[in-house]
Design a protein around this ligand. Structure first.
Ligand SMILES: Cc1cc2nc3c(=O)[nH]c(=O)nc-3n(C[C@H](O)[C@H](O)[C@H](O)COP(=O)(O)O)c2cc1C
Length: 330
């Protein structure tokens, strides 16, 4: 699949997730085989005003490329400037968030609020398109009405404005994460648009990747929540796409991945912040494994990279000796 001039190695994309798809986790997802990673969303206003957070947001590593950077906002001028910053800082794609339904974002007229403001949406997309030569994508929801008509309108506006690809999470603004994603809307968009359509929503297993492609004809599949604590879903999905039996990650793959994640996080955030945020990730990594509750209780007390690595290694040693049979069934 192509996004503008950019060619993706395969049709698997890590979804943007605030608080999750920061550089350390993106690297793990990339190592597991996804073709494209996306930053968490960042405010265009914040980006233009600069500051420490901005530098952190756009920090990348050659190993994770290509990188898509997602911005949100409602002011065409500010969005244009933010897109120019994204381009100048070396991201490979600029993505605009048209799907966030969090009150704080919608109140500013940004995120999914733009899906009921077609004129403003068009102005923003045209301004950004004119300002950058980077491949340019948008990520939308169904809109505000369950009919999905607003998604079709937004898709047409995007295509006419020169957007190179569109991702859709087919839930309405009011649905949040409730109910089920309406994959039939992905198929409708694919039918109506000539730019590539990336399907997203409720892809929980490698089988779902194949199912979404088959049912909707989408050009690529974007995975969010199912990759949290399990970036290896990309490797397993690739197996399936290549007609191989998906191989669950063995203990050593998991352990080495987690240890690398800790190291990447310390490099990116510094030890104190990294250790705190890695507590959540570790909890997700061990979900469903034997003895995970006591491991979780233990890690909340840890304050250093050394102690965290040590605790993880000890836990995995115990798993290896005592629970291999249980794991084989996970
Ligand atoms: C914790 C979390 C943070 C998210 N942050 C963003 C974001 O920053 N930008 C965005 O476009 N979508 C964001 N999303 C939505 C996801 O990208 C995705 O559309 C949604 O989770 C549905 O896909 P899934 O069923 O594969 O998780 C977020 C989702 C979660 C769970």
């Amino acid at each position: 699949m192509n996004i503008g001039a950019l060619v993706l190695d395969n049709p698997l994309i890590l979804a943007p997730m605030a608080g999750i798809t920061q550089l350390p986790f993106r690297r793990l997802a990339k190592e597991a085989g996804c073709a494209l990673v996306v930053t968490e969303m960042v405010s265009s206003k914040g980006l233009v005003q600069g500051g420490k957070k901005t530098a952190e947001f756009l920090k990348s590593h050659p190993a994770e490329r290509p990188l898509s950077a997602q911005i949100f906002g409602a002011d065409p001028e500010v969005m244009k400037e933010a897109a120019q910053i994204v381009q100048a800082q070396g991201a490979d794609i600029v993505d605009i968030n048209l799907g966030c339904s969090v009150r704080k974002v919608v109140k500013q007229g940004a995120g999914v609020a733009l899906m009921r403001e077609p004129k403003r949406l068009e102005t923003i997309l045209k301004a950004v398109r004119k300002a950058v030569s980077l491949p340019f994508t948008v990520k939308i929801r169904s809109g505000w009405q369950p009919s999905g008509d607003e998604a079709i309108t937004a898709g047409r506006i995007a295509e006419n404005a020169g957007v190179d690809a569109l991702a859709i999470h087919p839930r309405t603004a009011l649905q949040g994460f409730g109910g089920r994603a309406d994959w039939s809307l992905i198929a409708r968009l694919k039918d109506r648009l000539s730019i590539p359509v990336i399907g997203n929503g409720d892809v929980c297993t490698p089988d779902d990747v194949v199912k979404m492609q088959r049912e909707t004809g989408c050009d690529a599949v974007m995975i969010g929540r199912a990759s949290i604590g399990n970036p290896w879903i990309f490797a397993q999905s690739l197996d399936l796409l290549h007609a191989r039996k998906p191989r669950p990650p063995d203990l050593s793959t998991r352990l080495q991945g987690i240890l690398r994640h800790i190291d990447y996080a310390v490099d990116h955030f510094g030890e104190t912040r990294a250790v705190r945020m890695m507590r959540s990730h570790l909890g997700w990594f061990v979900k469903g494994l034997p003895g995970c509750s006591s491991f979780r209780r233990e890690i909340v007390r840890l304050e250093s990279r050394h102690d965290m690595r040590d605790a993880v290694q000890t836990y995995f040693r115990e798993l290896e000796t005592s629970a291999i049979e249980t794991l084989a069934q996970i």
